[in-house]
Design a protein around this ligand. Structure first.
Ligand code: ATP
Ligand code: ZN
Ligand code: MG
Length: 504
């Protein structure tokens, strides 16, 4: 890597008389502080190769290599100038501005397409050699590590060009074998015809009338009685609004900002301030969007996307006593919202859904054991109660397959497995897409991100998303919606469906 940086240092006083001192500081720095960190015997580090005094500003040009990057060098220089100039002339450095910053680096692979990244004025690529020109970075941005992150982002975008359009890694782990399939209808359409559900009130949402509500609650009951209770999970109740800093820690904010439903707050509760809006609503019988926008903040939270982030947040910086390990918690109080856009379908891919999410934290051994127990309990439910045709697959999003992520240790533990059901209405077993109705993960990133510790060993964590709509869709897609044809065990647990309403 090669760095070339032009910076402007603004001092608190005139520099005309301080020319000699400035030269001396630069010469000393070139020999000492700008070489710190360079391995013995290597000729490297940062060097100020040019400077120019103009009134109270000093322009400098620094070249460097990877041992002392020029943006770190300029911060070291600022400190030295303040010390040296402070003593003799009682003036210090007020501000550092980066005029231009050129970074030359070697890439692992050539980009396939044009790349744009914020703060990058120009990006030239020749084969694997890349020249990045950055402009107008502030001192604060330099010390907050913007440069490394900009470079990482460039590399990430190149990697993304290579895996675009490729399939996720998918490996079959287990298959239930063929089961009795009672029909090939789309359960959502059939329930809607019978008035068990009603679409709306907005896109990707459903109103579950008594019959459908009962089925979803039965699924919940089964998950509780057959999985969570026997494994001694404890219930928590969390907020359904998640502030952005929690999602920064989990990575959701950069991972899925395009799927989040955002929440605004009123800027004031004073009725007087809202009076005009109310007038308009009363007169026009409509909500004037522009006026409303003036009365609410930009979004500060999102609606729950998955329940686990707030469970991890609740344990942030905590040390967990040995006798509380493994931590076994679940939330079923909060619905999840996701903007699925064109992917929406029926009750199985909706913008608002109901999940139970068990979350577990423990040592690697504890979680490996728990994983097996969870799979055993789930298998009992899907085989004996719901009698589904289903399978387990190990999946890895493509980015996890890239070298250099810490997915390697995560993979070793488990990563993620998906539970998928055959959906007869979509076509044949071989050529139709099966429905992921649930997943299960074990990894290390969240205990790291939230600094959750035990007194002895390093902790891992994981979660499993039990989607009630998806359990219901899978079951009804295979077993139909005539309750007398359902498997005996399910009928026993569910009992009779409510009569519902006769709407004329
Ligand atoms: P998909 O690939 O189907 O979008 P996902 O990988 O986004 O699923 P996860 O974030 O792993 O899903 O969520 C775990 C579980 O939450 C899923 O197995 C499923 O049961 C449920 N789920 C996720 N998205 C939806 C949705 N849009 N509608 C209904 N249930 C959902
Ligand atoms: Zn989760
Ligand atoms: Mg999804």
């Amino acid at each position: 890597m090669h760095f070339e940086l032009e910076a402007i240092l603004s001092f608190s006083g005139e520099l005309n008389k301080a020319g000699e001192q400035i030269l001396e500081t630069i010469n000393e720095a070139n020999l000492d502080i700008l070489k710190r960190g360079v391995p013995r015997g290597v000729d490297g580090g940062a060097t100020v190769i040019d400077h120019d005094i103009d009134g109270s500003t000093l322009k400098i040009k620094i070249v460097s290599d990877r041992y002392v990057r020029a943006h770190d060098a300029v911060i070291r220089l600022k400190k030295k100038f303040s010390e040296d100039m402070g003593k003799k002339y009682k003036i210090g450095v007020r501000d550092v501005k980066i005029k231009s910053y050129t970074i030359r680096l070697n890439l692992d692979r050539e980009p396939k397409d044009k790349i744009e990244v914020p703060y990058v004025k120009k990006l030239d690529v020749e084969g694997k050699k890349c020249t990045v020109l950055l402009e107008e970075l502030t001192e604060e941005q330099l010390s907050k590590n913007f440069v490394d992150r900009i470079i990482n982002r460039i590399k990430e975008k190149i990697d993304a060009q290579y895996y675009q359009g490729k399939e996720e890694l998918w490996n079959l782990i287990w298959y239930s074998g063929r089961k009795d399939i009672l029909w090939d209808k789309d359960p959502t359409e059939e329930m809607a015809k019978r008035g068990w559900i009603k679409q709306g009130p907005t896109k990707g949402k459903w109103f579950y009338r008594p019959q459908a509500a009962k089925i979803l609650r039965c699924m919940e009951e089964i998950a509780y009685k057959e999985v969570l209770e026997p494994l001694e999970f404890q219930e928590v109740i969390e907020s359904f609004m998640v502030p952005f800093d929690v999602w920064q820690d989990t990575g959701h904010m950069e991972g899925v900002p395009n799927e989040v439903y955002y929440v605004c707050e009123p800027i004031t509760r004073d009725p007087y301030e809202w009076e005009e809006l109310i007038d308009h609503i009363k007169i026009s019988k409509d909500v004037p969007q522009e006026k409303l926008r003036e009365l609410v903040t930009p979004p500060k939270f999102g609606i729950c996307y998955a329940q686990c982030p707030l469970i991890y947040w609740s344990l942030k910086n905590q040390t967990i006593a040995e006798d509380s390990l493994p931590v076994l918690l679940y939330d079923r109080s909060v619905p999840s919202a996701r903007y699925e856009s064109g992917g929406r379908h029926g009750i199985e891919r909706v913008d608002e859904f109901h999940r139970i999410e068990p979350v577990y934290i423990g040592t690697k051994e504890q979680l490996l054991e728990l994983k097996d127990k969870l799979i055993e309990r789930y298998t009992y439910v899907f085989e004996e109660i719901l009698q589904l045709e289903w399978r387990i697959a190990k999946v890895a999003p493509f980015y996890m397959q890239q070298a250099g992520t810490d997915s390697e240790d995560e993979e070793e533990v488990l990563g993620t497995i998906d539970f998928e059901a055959y959906m007869p209405y979509r076509g044949g077993r071989e050529d139709s897409k099966w429905l992921e109705f649930q997943n299960l993960s074990v990894f290390r990133k969240y205990t790291k991100a939230f600094n959750i510790k035990s007194q002895k060993e390093e902790l891992y964590s994981g979660c499993s998303g039990i989607g009630l709509e998806r359990w219901t869709a899978a079951f009804l897609a295979q077993k139909g919606i005539q309750p007398d044809k359902w498997p005996e065990r399910f009928k026993e647990i569910c009992g009779d469906l409510p009569k519902g309403l006769n709407l004329l």
